[in-house]
Design a protein around this ligand. Structure first.
Ligand SMILES: NC(=O)C1=CN([C@@H]2O[C@H](COP(=O)(O)OP(=O)(O)OC[C@H]3O[C@@H](n4cnc5c(N)ncnc54)[C@H](O)[C@@H]3O)[C@@H](O)[C@H]2O)C=CC1
Ligand SMILES: CC(=O)[C@H](N)C(=O)O
Length: 373
């Protein structure tokens, strides 16, 4: 009798909880049905529900940000256009809308997420929705909702439907008490941003669901990502993208970090390649579920020197943003990714000079390239 009473109380608490996403008149499956709580604690399966010869059916959340469209392009090349669905809460531009399936999905709406996964027979989920470090500090309640409550929805959906789940983490998951040069996979993680805290939470929750319920959770800690044809979404490393646009447009750049602030960075192609590689790696090769990946590390001053090889007349000033500088000063300077290199053969292709040349090639400024030799 007491058990029934407690169950009733728990259920009603769940239904009232703002984090549950279950306040509709329909009692959602995850609150009473096939929730991770019903999977036996000794579950040892690795959840791949497509046969080896089939392609995965992929959903990307938060797909209209800096990284999602590029990821969709790569995955569509590999798995076929119609097997990869981009989703976001924003309206897609024409070139995205007409280039493959796009669907509205708010990760805070659990029922909507479940409907998409079920109706489209999704087997792999790339969870890109997030508020990044600088915008997260500007709106902590929203960052907490999207990055933490949203992640809970994703984890439950993935566990219930036996999805293979990729969640990116970040250099921002470390803090001032972490070793910064280099930062290994396993060390103290006490970040001081809501973004970092939410990413450590994601790493731990994903690993917990893996060991407890057999969820096939895979996570890479990305460095700052640099891309030519997509804009960054409000992070601390954004300057390293902005410099290219400003250099080409005005020949002037105002940097919001100090000239000697060293951070790990990566070109987008390497980031997306690593993401696909770790998702395709045999489960047996993964000695861990969260890996650092690294390619290069530089300061604004070093980037400016490299950019000046292409645009020598570039004028640079420094106007330090206190919030971003404090964040950057607490992040790794160099990332140790030896475990990723050993376990699943991670290898980057772009160093600083290749990155800068590629950015200018794509952004079409080669006419301005100086004769430097
Ligand atoms: N870009 C980078 O340098 C790095 C990115 N990452 C991670 O990679 C992932 C993707 O990053 P970006 O594309 O740069 O992020 P972004 O900020 O450019 O895009 C995030 C997307 O999430 C969407 N979103 C926000 N609230 C949502 C909601 N309630 N439901 C569904 N979508 C929502 C936004 O509309 C946006 O399109 C993020 O998880 C980020 O933390 C990690 C390290 C570095
Ligand atoms: C490194 C990241 O996670 C992101 N680019 C940010 O600066 O917030």
């Amino acid at each position: 009798m007491a058990i029934v009473k407690n169950l009733g109380r728990t259920l009603s608490q769940l239904l009232q909880s703002p984090g549950c996403g279950c306040q509709t008149s329909i009692v959602p499956v995850r609150c009473i049905g096939v929730s991770p709580r019903q999977v036996t604690s000794d579950a040892s399966f690795h959840s791949v529900s497509f046969s080896e010869t089939d392609h995965p059916r992929v959903l990307i959340t938060g797909g209209l940000g800096q990284l999602g469209v590029g990821l969709a392009k790569l995955l569509r090349k590999r798995f076929g256009k119609n097997n990869v669905i981009l989703s976001d809460i924003r309206k897609p531009p024409d070139d995205v809308f007409y280039n493959g399936p796009f669907i509205y999905s708010d990760i805070l709406d659990y029922k909507n997420l479940r409907e998409i996964v079920v109706n489209n027979r999704i087997t792999w989920l790339f969870h890109y929705s997030a508020l990044l470090s600088a915008v997260g500090e500007a709106n902590v309640p929203l960052a907490r909702a999207v990055n933490i409550t949203g992640l809970h929805n994703i984890l439950d959906i993935a566990a219930e439907h036996s999805l293979r789940l990729f969640v990116p983490s970040t250099i921002g998951a470390f803090g001032p008490t972490s070793p910064r040069n280099p930062t290994p996979d396993l060390c103290i993680q006490r970040p001081r941003t809501i973004y970092g805290v939410s990413k450590v939470h994601a790493e731990l929750m994903g690993e917990y669901y893996h060991y407890r319920y057999g969820l096939d959770f895979r996570c890479l800690r990305y460095p700052g990502i640099i891309s030519a044809d997509s804009q960054p979404g409000g992070g601390t490393t954004d300057y390293a993208v902005q410099i290219f646009h400003d250099a080409i447009k005005n020949g002037k750049f105002q940097c919001n970090l100090k000239s000697d602030t060293r951070l790990p960075m990566m070109y987008i192609d390497d980031c997306l390649k690593a993401t696909l590689d770790v998702m395709e790696a045999p489960a047996a090769s993964l000695s861990m579920r969260t890996y650092n990946i690294s390619a290069m590390s530089f300061s604004p001053e070093e980037l400016v020197q490299e950019v000046k090889k292409h645009i020598p007349e570039l004028q640079v000033t420094y106007n330090v943003d206190a919030v971003r500088q404090a964040i950057a000063d607490s992040w790794p300077m160099n990332f140790d990714d030896s475990n990723a290199r050993r376990d699943w053969g991670w290898k980057h292709d772009f160093d600083l000079s290749e990155l800068v040349t590629t950015m200018f090639n794509i952004l079409g400024s080669d006419s301005r390239v100086a004769q430097i030799n």
